[in-house]
Design a protein around this ligand. Structure first.
Ligand SMILES: Cc1cc2nc3c(=O)[nH]c(=O)nc-3n(C[C@H](O)[C@H](O)[C@H](O)COP(=O)(O)OP(=O)(O)OC[C@H]3O[C@@H](n4cnc5c(N)ncnc54)[C@H](O)[C@@H]3O)c2cc1C
Ligand code: SF4
Length: 513
């Protein structure tokens, strides 16, 4: 397969652009994250001339920084420090060839059928069900080698989660992930140096290139061009990696545009392109997150958490209660942000890390919604969102369950990361206050990397931006295929469902263009 880094063949990098240029294609795809990459591949496989645009640069193992903050500064938009106003919700979006797949934990869950039924009720959908999407999930799973994480690379910290769940009778299972020959280095967040994670830059993107797709990195789409009910292409600028310094201008003229710039960028591109596809008024609305929080547990014996798949085990037992539980690891500098204390106490917490592991919960929060608008003329988002108290109660319940699992697995203490409660708890009896006096939204240290809703799919053009093929209701040849089209949370990690929907959409588009 082509090496995206060389700049040869059909991948262009910053150094390749000397002057303004124009490309012509059947389809231009904006964004090389999981959804855009799948769409580009399927369209190329159908014989279409595809141009894939990506604002970020390609990364190789030599480019990865193991230190968390340095890594975030290079791979994430705004250094990974974005947050909402209203209720503060930190959130991260990648800027790289492969989008979020470069830095994510590779968890690939299928959205449960009960949630698709809720989507159908919420958004008048007639053919978006688990059954309808199953062939698309299957095709992607086969392509990426998605499989349950084997015990050999779980490491002690993931298996402690399994053991705690088992003690309590909560079903748990190895996370299915898009990896091949994972060696359990726990480095997914800073980039997989082993190239085991099948991120888009080493899977779907090179496969699309082999089928003739042209891939342009370090190019930022700034406007969708249109004429009446048709889009005619995309215009933008070359931007330098990391600094964003502007370079030459470009245009891609195409018979169809596929927008896959992500939940916070796609609506901004529509808004700044003459408020395109927005007769419903829903572009940039319905911003939703999976609010996430974590609990750290310290065990009597060394856990050596540095070894083990980043997120190797999960518990789906509470999906209908509104939350999912997982194991988690990240660079110590990132984990330290949520540790209590200063000076000697803080130092002690860091020393305890060798004996520690982290569990996290993500919650489906349908009552908590917000909106996104452009911040000035920057193409950066200004977000407002509020955490509904009933949704916060779901996450508070999850904190209590994580405490239960830790003590069932033999933890000697937990650090719940809840402002209204003790910094540390040493027994299930001490942790009982998490159940009897549940933390409120403002008490919990939250973050979210799962975002949805800002260009939602809806059967009725008056209430949504795209139809079930992900075609804009208002235009004949514009498709939005990223996770912004989800009408509600998928209950589980979103990437796989986003890709399945993108695949279904790309196959429909291939018939029309
Ligand atoms: C740290 C982290 C861990 C995660 N772990 C998991 C996990 O294990 N499992 C899971 O299911 N989900 C996970 N997620 C979420 C998952 O990565 C996202 O849901 C997924 O990447 C969304 O795919 P997408 O294609 O919609 O958008 P993105 O992945 O955000 O891709 C959008 C792409 O468009 C590019 N782009 C944006 N604007 C422009 C522009 N104007 N011009 C050109 N290009 C542009 C961006 O640079 C980016 O590459 C995680 C996310 C993060 C940040
Ligand atoms: S755990 Fe390590 S080897 Fe496995 S996919 Fe993640 S970064 Fe790669």
């Amino acid at each position: 397969m082509s090496d995206p880094r060389t700049g040869s063949g059909e991948v262009r990098v910053f150094a390749d652009y000397q002057r303004d240029f124009t490309e012509v294609a059947d389809v231009v795809v904006v964004g090389s994250g999981p959804c855009g990459a799948v769409a580009a591949y399927e369209l190329a496989a159908a014989g279409k001339r595809v141009v894939l645009l990506e604002e970020g640069p390609p990364f190789t193992p030599a480019d990865f920084e193991l230190e968390g903050s340095l890594s975030m500064a290079r791979t994430m938009r705004e250094g990974g420090l974005r947050f909402t106003m209203g209720t503060v919700m930190p959130t991260m979006q990648a800027i790289a060839l492969g989008g979020g797949s470069l830095v994510n934990s590779a968890i690939c869950n299928r959205c449960p059928d009960f949630r698709f039924q809720e989507w159908a009720n919420e958004a008048d959908l007639a053919r978006t069900s688990r059954k309808d999407l199953e062939p698309h999930y299957d095709a992607i799973a086969a392509f990426l080698g998605i499989a349950p994480t084997p015990d050999a690379v779980q490491g002690p910290r993931n298996l402690l989660f399994r053991d705690g769940c088992k003690q309590l009778g909560y079903g748990s299972e190895p996370c299915p992930r898009n990896v091949r020959e994972c060696r359990g280095s726990g480095e997914c967040f800073t980039g997989c140096r082993a190239r085991a994670k099948q991120s888009m830059d080493i899977s779907y993107v090179p496969a699309a290139i082999q089928l003739g797709a042209r891939v342009l990195t370090s190019v930022r789409a700034e406007e969708l061009l249109s004429n009446g009910r048709r889009v005619t292409g995309v215009a933008g600028r070359v931007v330098a990696p990391f600094s964003g310094a502007p370079g030459p201008r470009f245009r891609v003229e195409a018979k169809a545009v596929v927008l896959a710039a992500g939940v916070l960028a796609s609506p901004l591109l529509l808004q700044r392109s003459g408020n395109l596809a927005n007769s419903s008024g829903q572009v940039g609305e319905q911003l939703q997150f999976h609010p996430g929080t974590s609990v750290l547990g310290v065990f009597p014996d060394p856990v050596d958490p540095i070894f083990g798949a980043t997120q190797g085990y999960q518990c789906l037992h509470f999906l209908r209660d509104g939350f999912k539980l997982e194991t988690l690891w990240a660079p110590p500098g990132v984990l330290a942000v949520r540790m209590p204390g200063m000076g000697h106490q803080f130092k002690q917490e860091l020393l305890d890390l060798r004996f520690a592991t982290v569990f996290d919960a993500i919650a489906s929060c349908h009552r908590s919604r917000g909106r996104v608008r452009e911040r000035g003329k920057s193409l950066q988002p200004s977000m407002r969102w509020s955490f509904h108290p009933d949704d916060a109660a779901i996450l508070a319940h999850a904190v209590w369950v994580m405490a239960e699992i830790f003590f069932a697995a033999g933890a000697r203490k937990i650090v719940p990361g809840v402002a209204s409660h003790a910094d540390e708890m040493h027994s299930i009896a001490e942790a009982e206050s998490l159940r009897s006096r549940p933390p409120r939204a403002r008490d919990m240290v939250c973050a979210s990397t799962h975002v949805f809703g800002t260009a939602r799919m809806h059967g009725d053009p008056r209430h949504g931006v795209v139809d079930e093929d992900l075609k804009a209701h208002d235009l004949d040849n514009l498709y939005v295929v990223d996770t912004s089209v989800f009408p509600l949370s998928p209950a589980v990690n979103p990437m796989f469902t986003g890709m399945a929907l993108a695949r279904r959409s790309a196959l429909a588009l291939a018939e029309r263009v």
